[in-house]
Design a protein around this ligand. Structure first.
Ligand SMILES: [Zn+2]
Length: 217
């Protein structure tokens, strides 16, 4: 899942209005941000395998530290605790931790049974990706709902808050569609490099656009 994770981050803005959208995105996408770094150093493995499911050309051979449920619970507690240490707030801690763990739940629905419960443990997955129409419908509906909640919870302070945010909000589903219908990545190295650069770029973009918006009361 891709824009479904982003949808939860957008929606979480209403519950934790003082937390930057960038931080909410990092929490919801933590598994997919850590994953390319672990691929780069060879700790986790993926294979490019067009047709692995209808929607993705990737075979997620092994990703116990970025994508097992137990690892994500631990990461959620760690990320929530670090943020709480810096900015405080029990509610923020809970929301950030829940966002990190939500990644597992959504990927469990999406992936074929390749999502480990714990490193070395049983692998689960409901395989939404076996159906392109179902994937498009469910993820797009989640994204529209998340976006609507964010837009109702915040207001643009200026042109950056309006246009930089709308450009970001349009760009993300376009990339999702391009990744699904474009050619598979040429190599695993190209995959992790693109994923890391994309994560850095979109996190900064979200931070910038979100700073130029204020919380609607
Ligand atoms: Zn993932």
């Amino acid at each position: 899942m891709f824009i479904g994770h982003i949808a939860l981050a957008l929606a979480a803005k209403r519950a934790t209005p003082r937390v930057s959208l960038a931080m909410l995105l990092v929490a919801a996408q933590w598994a997919d941000m850590l994953w390319p770094a672990l691929l780069a150093i060879g700790v986790e493995q993926v294979r490019i395998d067009p047709g692995n499911t209808a929607f993705t050309p990737l075979n997620f051979v092994s990703y116990p530290y970025s994508h097992s449920l137990v690892a994500l619970v631990a990461w959620g507690i760690a990320i929530g605790a670090v943020y709480r240490g810096i900015a405080g707030g029990r509610r923020t801690f809970l929301i950030l931790a829940a966002l990190v763990v939500s990644h597992w739940v959504l990927d469990y629905v999406t992936h074929r049974p390749d999502m480990p419960l714990y490193p070395g443990g049983v692998k689960l997955g409901l395989g939404l990706w076996n159906s392109i129409p179902a994937t498009l419908t469910i993820e797009a509906a989640m994204y529209v709902a998340g976006l609507a909640i964010y837009l109702r919870s915040t207001r643009a302070r200026d042109a950056v808050g309006r246009w930089a945010f709308l450009a970001l909000a349009a760009m993300l589903p376009m990339l999702w569609i391009a990744a699904a219908f474009g050619p598979p990545p040429p190599s695993v190295d190209a995959l992790w490099m693109t994923a890391l650069i994309g994560a850095a770029l979109f996190t900064l973009w979200a931070w910038w656009a979100d700073r130029h918006r204020y919380v609607a009361t």
